[in-house]
Design a protein around this ligand. Structure first.
Ligand code: NAD
Ligand code: ZN
Length: 378
């Protein structure tokens, strides 16, 4: 490899400050150090968590950064001590690491590896260390990945090697949104056959949750969104009924309770709003209802009456769908290749990295499910 061991200059979309459009810049990407892998990013999705950091969280110490955490690419070169990856391997960078050695990795109960940015940098949402510079400044790697760049460097504990025939412009969605929603239904809620489920928010995360409920054998899947253009897509993934909270002049939890003789068995919040989180909990049936928080927010406290939990409901959260990342993602890629998991149906727009601000705008206005950007040529 002509570039191995050298700094690569390449194109990236830099977020210089919160709430401003991203700027296409030439950045320098340092060679991978011990245990690191430099990846040529071929394709990336745009996820609402990118928008959250840019427009909602706005943590000033989290900038400048390169956003993007739902990508797929090809190994360009590896640092010393890397034995399980080679140049040319197809890979997905992971925003949750799996070191395999910490007490969390050793427990079957969680996927929260204690290494990597996600263990303690929820506010800044980036590694403290970065391999990127631009115009003489360090540029942070958002969620440890930064897929809005032609090249990125990621520690091997946060890279999944995937099947060589996987189409990167589809399986990139398993780097975040689809794995997240799908796993939240299967691994965290543990949806049961014959059950009644409610999914709040029908972006890619919510639609993947619908797909998870369906694959788990749910009988009724009630899809809820304030944007009715999402219902047709929800049908494709298995939703059986649709509710628009705006069509009712009573709380959505009451509407769902009346539809289901007392509440749903499982609810999943895929919006990122504390008010919707409360509604999702209150939509569950007493005695055994389980509600899972999937939407991302760390800005406001949430509230609920204690009786909701005293009466037997369970409130849980899910990061990356509960999947142990390095083990789970290659399996999900294989399930896509075996047609057990849908991906193509999530992609509503194909664009280039230079059009990233248009893709962000489409998500802001609710006019897309997933935009997939082509980044570097394969
Ligand atoms: P998206 O913007 O594509 O979808 C959100 C959907 O919610 C939209 O269809 C919108 O119309 C709908 N919505 C908004 N307000 C609503 C309300 N009051 N009631 C019902 N529906 C409402 O976003 P996405 O990419 O699918 O992500 C969804 C959420 O999941 C975001 O908060 C994102 O940050 C989060 N997320 C969490 C994880 C995790 O690991 N927990 C991973 C990825 C994304
Ligand atoms: Zn995401």
């Amino acid at each position: 490899m002509a570039t191995a061991g050298k700094v690569i200059k390449c194109r990236a979309a830099v977020a210089w400050e919160p709430s401003k459009p991203l700027v296409m810049e030439e950045i320098e990407v340092a060679p991978p150090q011990a245990h690191e892998i430099r990846i040529k990013i071929v394709a990336t999705g745009v996820c609402h968590t990118d928008l959250y950091h840019l427009f909602e969280g706005k943590h000033k110490d989290g900038f400048p950064c390169v956003l993007g955490h739902e990508g797929a690419g090809i190994v360009e070169s590896v640092g010393s001590e890397v034995t399980k990856f080679n140049p040319g391997d197809k890979v997905i960078p992971l925003f949750i690491s799996q070191c395999g050695e910490c007490r969390f990795c050793k427990s079957p109960k969680t996927n929260l590896c204690e290494k990597g940015w996600a263990s303690d940098r929820y506010d800044v949402m980036s590694e403290s260390d970065t391999r990127f510079t631009c115009k003489g400044k360090n540029v942070l790697q958002f969620m440890g990945t930064s897929t809005f760049s032609e090249y990125t460097v990621v520690n091997e504990i946060a890279v999944a090697k995937i099947h060589p025939s996987a189409p990167l412009d589809k399986v990139c969605l398993l780097g975040c949104g689809v794995a997240t929603g799908y796993g939240a239904a299967l691994n965290t809620a543990k949806v049961e056959p014959g059950s009644t489920c409610a999914v709040f928010g029908l972006g890619a995360v919510g639609l993947a949750a619908v797909m998870g409920c369906k694959n788990a054998g749910a009988k009724r899947i009630i899809a809820i969104d304030i944007n009715p253009t999402k219902y047709e897509k929800a049908k494709v993934f298995g939703a059986t009924e649709f509710v628009n909270p705006k069509d009712h002049n009573k709380p959505i939890s009451q509407v769902l309770s009346e539809m289901t003789n007392g509440g749903v068995d499982f609810s999943l919040e895929c919006v990122g709003s504390v008010a919707v989180m409360r509604s999702a909990l209150e939509s569950c049936v007493k005695g055994w209802g389980v509600s899972v928080l999937v939407g991302w927010t760390d800005m406001d406290d949430f509230a609920a009456r204690p009786i909701q939990l005293i009466a037997g409901r369970t409130w849980k959260g899910s990061l990356f769908g509960g999947f142990k990342s390095k083990d789970g993602v290659p399996k999900l890629v294989n399930e896509y290749l075996e047609k057990k998991v849908k991906l193509d149906e999530f992609v509503t727009h194909n664009m280039t990295l230079a059009q990233v601000n248009d893709a962000i705008q489409l998500m802001k206005t609710g006019d897309c499910i997933r935009s997939v950007l082509s980044v570097a040529l394969q």
